[in-house]
Design a protein around this ligand. Structure first.
Ligand code: ARG
Length: 282
């Protein structure tokens, strides 16, 4: 199948248009690093929950200041990673697919997010068959879904999303355990525009990305290893970790407005801006 994506020309960079978004977030009231399911998590180092809450609150305020709607799901005791709302499902054109987590430590988050989605007034909410970690591994780029596999989401879930939503799903293989979810290695900037860290992908997947997005921003290792690509764009403003300074410069050069935030405490669990944010797409 050939996917033809219109390519923005340099002159179009000047006018990036922001559109209002609806986000779901979960306050890190029970946040902790007391198990390790990715290389970022060091149980001996622990985490400062009060600081995590303040940093998370500043992210929420950033979205509100940009004019976006932020809805909240009640955090549940015993689910320290529930703050990473992106993993709670995938919502496309008002229809949702729930999540089914890889690790037992996070299993109970699947039903918790499903309950929220069922009460959110969406057209349909579907319980997943295959393991999938929601927007951690599924990223919507215009009329296309990019789907990660290799560490968490089962490739069977890629077909499930394609069949459920009737949208083309492009499978991408992640190869570096530091970038265990697609949203740690690739950021969606606009309907036809992404940024990514090539080294996180298999050679074939890199070639696919190059073919589909020849004008993409390529992030370097320094930006990737502060999870700079774990970013949220409204089409113009790109909220990202403030430590990803080169990426911020590249975004500016492409006509975007980078908005840096400090989520250092959440990084200790291997998450940042995008991980804390599930987009509820009408
Ligand atoms: N500690 C969590 C995990 O390993 C972090 C999840 C980050 N979320 C994301 N969308 N990348 O599952």
């Amino acid at each position: 199948m050939t996917v033809v994506l219109p390519r923005p020309r340099a002159a179009e960079h000047a006018e990036r248009i922001a559109t209002p978004r609806r986000y779901l977030m979960c306050r890190p009231d029970h946040f902790a690093v007391d198990y390790a399911i990715n290389p970022w998590m060091d149980v001996t180092r622990g985490a400062d929950r009060a600081l995590a809450i303040r940093q998370w609150e500043s992210l929420r305020q950033t979205y509100l200041a940009l004019g976006h709607e932020v809805q909240l799901i009640d955090p549940e005791p015993g689910l320290p990673d529930m703050v990473f709302a992106a993993n709670g499902g995938l919502v496309f054109e008002g229809e949702a697919l729930g999540a089914r987590f890889t690790h037992p430590e996070r299993h109970a988050e699947g039903p918790a997010y499903l309950r929220w989605l069922r009460a959110a007034g969406l057209k349909t909410v579907t319980e997943p068959v295959h393991v999938n970690e929601g927007e951690g591994d599924f990223l919507v780029v215009g009329d296309l879904v990019l789907a990660g596999t290799g560490f968490r989401t089962d490739p069977g879930a890629h077909g499930e999303v394609q069949e459920l939503f009737g949208v083309p799903v492009v499978s991408l293989h992640l190869v570096d355990p530091r970038f265990y979810h697609l949203d740690t290695a690739l950021a969606v900037l606009g309907d036809h525009d992404i940024a990514y860290y090539p080294e996180a992908f298999s050679p074939g997947s890199r070639a696919v990305l190059q073919r589909l997005f020849p004008d993409a921003i390529l992030a370097g290792e320094q930006d990737a290893t502060v999870l700079g690509l774990n970013a949220v764009s409204d089409g113009r403003n790109v909220v990202l970790p403030s430590t990803a300074t080169d990426l911020a410069d590249q975004l500016r050069a492409h006509g975007y407005t980078p908005v840096g935030v400090d989520l250092s405490e959440l990084l200790k669990a291997g998450g940042s801006v995008k991980c804390c944010t599930l987009e509820i797409r009408a």
